[in-house]
Design a protein around this ligand. Structure first.
Ligand code: NDP
Length: 309
């Protein structure tokens, strides 16, 4: 059995070590240069350039190294029947929910405004805003979104969620479909995007949809940068319809030097750090899935390639 780790080195090094530790009987190559192409049965990757996959004739399995699979599914030479798996990590879900809550509380309690005042040497109190009056809408109630919604509800925010199928989570109002989206947007003072990037969700946060949010609403995006039409977002903030945004993901990472997010006073930008998966868990899930693929058993966390997530 042999696994190829095809990842940027900050992930490749710890994941390779975790694979070797967890399964000394499996051959693990870090990088294509070292690999014996005819022996590779599984590949762990984030994205795959054209020409990579056809080099491995014995490939049984493509494992995403994280929860999102948009870049892998975009590979033009991904064979039609090739199984793709993704990572489901409760620790990562909690970490993303913590990031989102931190940004939401900073907005709700106007902490950015107080930070600006501090730098001006200004001591001035403003009326406080209670979380119970700040309605949250979560786009995508999957593994990550449902944890985000649960944590918001636990500290008293009124929470709604939008997904393809109704979820019936305690304390979370369900919305589905186009009408449901419009209804949820109209009642979201904070909108959180935890959607996967698919042809249906790409560009869906645009002038038309973001204009449906109440005046003064705040956007938190931890899904993918391509969900947001960034010029529309920036324009709605500059026009005063939206209060601001916290963005962890961007269509181009890092954003280009002239991207307004670098200097915009109402946008918090972070370099895709909401939460990484546990590398030990990535290794264990990949090994387990390779064993299952060899035995013809059902895989863990297999992606629905038709749906795109
Ligand atoms: P899941 O597949 O578990 O959940 C996706 C959710 O989105 C589901 O509730 C699904 O609905 C819903 N959904 C998908 N398409 C549509 C649609 N067209 N209309 C309405 N709802 C839709 O994914 P995860 O929660 O595990 O991950 C979500 C995304 O988070 C990843 O794809 C990735 O892009 C991003 N991510 C970001 C990270 C970061 O550090 N910023 C780290 C990890 C992931 P249904 O349940 O009905 O199918």
């Amino acid at each position: 059995m042999a696994i190829l780790v095809h990842l940027p080195s900050f992930m490749a090094v710890p994941i390779t070590a975790a694979l070797r530790e967890a399964a000394p009987d499996i051959t693990v190559w870090n990088g294509r240069e070292a690999a014996v192409a005819e022996q590779v049965e599984a590949i762990i990757a984030w994205g795959l350039k054209p020409g990579v996959l056809p080099a491995y004739p014995k490939l049984r399995l493509v494992c995403a190294a994280t929860a999102g699979v948009d870049k892998l599914l975009a590979a033009p030479d991904l064979p039609p029947g090739m199984p793709v798996t993704r990572i489901v990590d409760p620790g990562q879900q909690a970490g993303i929910a913590h990031y989102v809550l931190a940004m939401a509380l900073r907005h709700t309690r106007a902490l950015g405004r107080y930070a600006e005042q501090q730098r001006r040497g200004e001591w001035k109190r403003h009326p406080g805003r209670d979380v119970s009056r700040c309605r949250v809408g979560v786009l995508g109630l999957g593994e990550i979104g449902s944890e985000v919604a649960r944590m918001f509800a636990a500290i008293g925010y009124p929470v709604s969620g939008w997904s393809r199928s109704a979820k019936h989570l305690p304390g979370v109002t369900d919305f589905t479909g186009d009408d449901g989206l419009d209804a949820m947007l109209a009642h979201s003072d904070i909108l959180v995007c935890t959607l996967p990037l698919t042809p249906r969700t790409e560009g869906m946060l645009n002038r038309q949809t973001l204009s449906r949010l109440p005046k003064g609403a705040f956007l938190i995006n931890v899904g993918r940068g391509e969900h947001v039409v960034e010029p529309d977002l920036v324009a709605l903030i500059d026009e005063g319809h939206l209060a601001g945004a916290a963005l962890d993901v961007f269509a181009k990472e890092p954003p280009s030097a002239d991207d307004p997010v670098w200097n915009h006073p109402r946008i918090e930008a972070t370099p895709h750090i909401a939460a990484d998966p546990s590398y030990e868990l990535v290794a264990r899930q990949c090994i387990e899935n390779l064993r299952r693929a060899r035995d013809g058993r059902e895989l863990l966390n297999q992606v629905d390639r038709q749906a795109g997530y």
